[in-house]
Design a protein around this ligand. Structure first.
Ligand SMILES: Nc1ncnc2c1ncn2[C@@H]1O[C@H](COP(=O)(O)OP(=O)(O)OP(=O)(O)O)[C@@H](O)[C@H]1O
Ligand SMILES: [Mg+2]
Length: 361
């Protein structure tokens, strides 16, 4: 088939900045959290969600190895013309977009307009998942457990708030804006985070009850009655340096866990008893269905104080770094299920091909 890959790529200068920064500091031994906080905030996380060329190249190889004819199209302002010119039978979409709250929906919406089949969820579902509060509203409607929340664009004066709370940007991913300071214990800290998120990311904060239990992430593959749950990953929060809070923050994701010094933070399959496994799977299946997810997704969850799995957030475009040393969750779960990168990419493509019934033409 003719497959076009749509993507956004990290710009060269950004990568150079990041690697210079990492070379200057050996993060494995970096245990002063205030110092790291400051450093991390100085690093520009604007492009944290975009892919590296290595990832796009790996997707291309995976598809070409199965005899597909592959064209790469960057999701820039010429995307519409370039997509038409590439004349695809189907698009493998990993574009995160750049401008606006609906940035991850833009390529899917264009593909819908052009009537071109594509992998993954439609523009509405992707847009809803990108806005974490909208997503939680739907989950709550279907009685799927998630932390109580409110939104604030400016400092709040509320009395009687129960702490700790967790504060994050309303519509970001890849831990953008989630630092060690995101867990807050009083009104002053809460308001300082709301200000930080407004000034750095120009958006409101989502303020949630802090979920104190174990954390998991679950990769899913398929459609309708045929959705597979890949081996569950536990994010082992106890492997985070001791004087750090119990969260999978930007500092941990991008600085402590590097290719050179891999942090042993994921356990796959997670060591959980069958009852917890069943409960996590049930929540994930209901989430997949209620949000009308398609082909693939990764769902992050945390247990509350009563050990009930709560959905943290839903990723309809999960990160897929190809190098196992990069500790990327979806490929890790796929590997544990016996799928290498090539098999994983083609499994996602084949789910979309089946869904559009393209193999019957
Ligand atoms: N309500 C909460 N209670 C406790 N911890 C939380 C809560 N919300 C988020 N976290 C912590 O912050 C981390 C990042 O949050 P979240 O998954 O919402 O952000 P993200 O940037 O969209 O992540 P991703 O990189 O998976 O796209 C979680 O993995 C978890 O450790
Ligand atoms: Mg997450």
């Amino acid at each position: 088939m003719r497959v076009t890959v749509t993507y956004n790529i990290k710009k060269e200068e950004n990568l150079t900045n990041l690697s210079n920064f990492k070379n200057r500091h050996n993060f494995k031994h970096f245990i002063n959290k205030n110092l790291l906080n400051n450093y991390a905030e100085r690093i520009d996380d604007t492009f944290a969600e975009w892919d590296s060329f290595e990832t796009i190249d790996a997707i291309r190889n995976a598809l070409e190895n199965r005899s597909h004819e592959v064209t790469l199209v960057e999701a820039d302002i010429n995307v519409c013309e370039n997509l038409k010119a590439s004349e695809p039978d189907i698009v493998f979409n990993v574009a995160e977009g750049f401008w606006g709250q609906s940035r991850e929906s833009q390529v899917p919406a264009i593909l819908e307009m052009l009537n071109i089949p594509f992998t993954g969820s439609d523009s509405i579902t992707i847009g809803i998942c990108h806005n974490k509060a909208r997503c939680k509203e739907i989950l709550s409607y279907y009685k799927i457990p998630n932390a109580d929340f409110f939104i604030a664009d400016t400092p709040v004066e509320k009395k009687n708030l129960k702490f700790p709370k967790f504060v994050k940007p309303l519509h970001e991913g890849s831990s953008k804006g989630i630092y060690n300071s995101s867990i807050v214990y009083n009104l002053e800290q809460l308001n300082s985070e709301i200000d930080r998120i407004k000034s750095n990311y120009n958006q409101p904060s989502l303020i949630e009850d802090f979920l104190e239990g174990r954390e998991f992430t679950v990769a899913m593959l398929g459609n309708n009655d045929n959705v597979k749950i890949l081996p569950i990953i536990e994010v082992k929060l106890d492997s985070i340096p001791q004087d750090f809070p119990n969260i999978y923050s930007y500092e941990v994701k991008w600085f402590f866990d590097t290719r050179e010094n891999q942090l042993d933070i994921f356990e796959c399959p997670a060591k959980i008893d069958s009852s917890l496994k069943e409960r996590i799977e049930k929540v994930c299946m209901s989430t997949f269905k209620s949000l009308q997810l398609r082909d693939w997704a990764r769902i992050d969850l945390r247990l509350d104080k009563n050990n009930i799995p709560n959905v943290l957030e839903v990723n309809p475009l999960p990160g897929i770094l190809p190098d196992p040393r990069d500790n990327s969750c979806y490929p890790k779960a796929a590997r544990t299920a016996g799928m290498n990168y090539e098999a994983m990419i083609n499994a996602v493509l084949n789910e979309a091909i089946k869904r559009y019934k393209l193999n019957e033409n």
